[in-house]
Design a protein around this ligand. Structure first.
Ligand code: GDD
Ligand code: MN
Length: 368
């Protein structure tokens, strides 16, 4: 006799990082809320040091509703959600936080809207009648959230009252169609999906009350904020420019400031001659660029330990070649075409920037 099989209609994807204390309670609450529905919970854990994956797998060993993907060598909320959804075979998929801040009782209401084919995606929102964001920790976080919401509404044409929400449900076929165009960086997976799939995606909303976190702590940080700005920019340019390149360019721009400041300091501080001062300034700027890129631009592939040293040497070598490319292109343009100094100069700088970015991505912070 074949084993009993009940089809899964809804996969609930639960990204986790250090959420051990919330796993069991969440599974219990899902079971209550989704009574009568064929559901599964897919935990996607980024190798949490507190043993979240082990806890989820211990439950999965006896409860067929539960699965767990343990990702190694990677970090990121959006990327974890993408992989979780991709592992589902159910017609509907939901994403929600695993820290009990998202009210699971909204799930059956969201599912009903999809089943009735009223929409392709239902976003749970704190900012309509019946919803509330009271669980956000502190005024800074509340202000940031409403500022980001306003910025998004101004810049992108998305039909969302709460674009920062991390709680939603959609038809899996709609997700599969755009999966390879989504960004694994940052927290803003809902916004990315809607901005990428719109306007053909029919969006509905469901209010919910955002609760307080009882166990563990929030992983929101400056980096997450920066990644949000990068996503906004990428969507504004119609995905022409990838967010990583923007950060690389910004770091480069900042590097110019660092260079000039170091040059001034070196001259004032008594460098033997200009040649020396310029060399010191170049080295200082390259060093600061390297570490800023390591912390911000390539944070998800951040070099640690001994590879920092090798990465730094490689970065300096490639950037020196980049400088040669820059000078080569600029001089060639200057002498061949109309000699407009700033056009030639800017073209050289842009070429150098492209070169440095390509080499850094390929060889310094390469994906393992
Ligand atoms: N796999 C994985 N990897 N999971 C992560 C990571 C990561 O790098 N970072 C966070 N998570 C998980 C957490 O364990 C939690 O289950 C969920 O993602 C939300 O993370 P929190 O750190 O609790 O975020 P928050 O409460 O500050 O922010 C939430 O609410 C915001 C609303 O203001 C998120 O849902 C945001 O997307 C949302 O904007
Ligand atoms: Mn949270």
């Amino acid at each position: 006799m074949p084993p009993a099989f009940s089809p899964v209609e809804l996969s609930v994807v639960l990204p986790t990082f250090k959420e051990r204390g919330n796993v069991a309670e969440l599974v219990r609450r899902l079971g209550l809320a989704l009574e009568g529905i064929g559901w599964e919970a897919i935990f996607v854990d980024d190798n949490s040091p507190d043993g979240t994956a082990e806890t989820a797998k211990a439950i999965a060993a006896t409860d067929p509703h539960v699965r767990c993907i343990r990702r190694v060598g990677r970090r990121g909320l959006a990327g974890a959600c993408i992989e979780g959804i991709l592992s589902s075979a159910a017609p509907y998929v939901a994403v929600m936080d695993a820290d009990l801040q998202h009210d699971e009782r909204a799930l059956p209401l969201m599912l009903a809207k999809l089943r009735q084919n009223q929409a392709d995606l239902v976003a749970a929102t704190r900012y309509v009648e019946g919803g509330s964001a009271e669980g956000l920790s502190g005024t800074t976080r509340t202000n940031l959230s409403s500022w980001a919401t306003r910025l998004t509404t101004e810049l992108l044409n998305v039909p969302l009252s709460d674009p920062m929400s991390g709680f939603f449900m959609l038809r899996r076929d709609k997700f599969d169609a755009i999966a390879d165009r989504l960004s694994p960086a940052g927290f803003k997976i809902l916004l990315d999906i809607v901005a990428t799939a719109s306007p053909s995606l029919r969006v509905a909303e469901q209010s919910f009350v955002f609760g307080k976190r009882e166990q563990g702590e929030s992983k929101f940080n400056v980096q997450v904020g920066l990644e949000f700005l990068g996503l906004l920019f990428a969507k504004l340019t119609g995905d022409l420019v990838e967010p990583r390149f923007i950060f690389f360019a910004l770091v480069g721009g900042l590097g110019l400031g660092v260079h000039l400041a170091a040059l001034k300091l070196a001259i004032v501080g008594g460098a033997p001659n200009f040649y020396w001062a310029q060399s010191i300034a170049t080295f200082v700027a390259m060093t600061s660029n390297f570490f800023l890129n390591n912390e911000i631009t390539y944070r998800d592939r951040r070099l640690k330990g001994l590879s920092v040293a090798w990465g730094f040497i490689a970065f300096c070598l490639f950037c020196s070649l980049g400088a040669l490319t820059n000078v080569g292109i600029a001089s060639w343009l200057y002498y061949r075409e109309e000699p407009v100094w700033w056009v030639a100069g800017a073209a050289g700088a842009v070429m150098g920037l492209f070169w440095n970015y390509a080499m850094s991505s390929l060889f310094v912070w390469r994906t393992r």
